[in-house]
Ligand binder design. Sequence first.
Ligand code: DQA
Length: 149
Amino acid sequence: MEEQDKQPTILIIHGPNLNMLGKREPEIYGKKTLEEIDALLKARGESLGCFVETFQSNHEGGIVEKIQQSSNRIAGLIINPAAFTHTSIAIRDAIMLLDVPVIEIHLSNIYQREPFRHKSMISDVVTGQITGFGDYGYLMALDFLARTP
Ligand code: DQA
């Protein structure tokens, strides 16, 4: 039996342009690459007794399909929809298929930025939102989900 079959799976979805972390506006999003963040999350997951699966897409439909395909096998979702946060009814509708806790996360504090970033299409359908704590926000979300029965 694979390790991930025994442990609850927490899915982490990163939206568009987050594959460019490290290079992309590091003064806003930090210096770590996405690979480094994912490695930290997988290691933390191991110490918390859960399997961390990560997924990045620059495409709205790819994110919708990933959520649909994962709906009956995950124990929780952490999602940074990036720019789709502010526009995507499709991702919102996909999240509503889930009956597990969902944490919305943003590296930057979206409420301290341009007015078009203040609106999240998903904030009222997720369990909670973490915004402005950099990559540490992902660990906060994972800690919460790992402690949620
Ligand atoms: C972001 C904030 C969004 O407004 C932006 O489009 C992103 C990243 C964040 O993590 O701070 O790409 O979700």
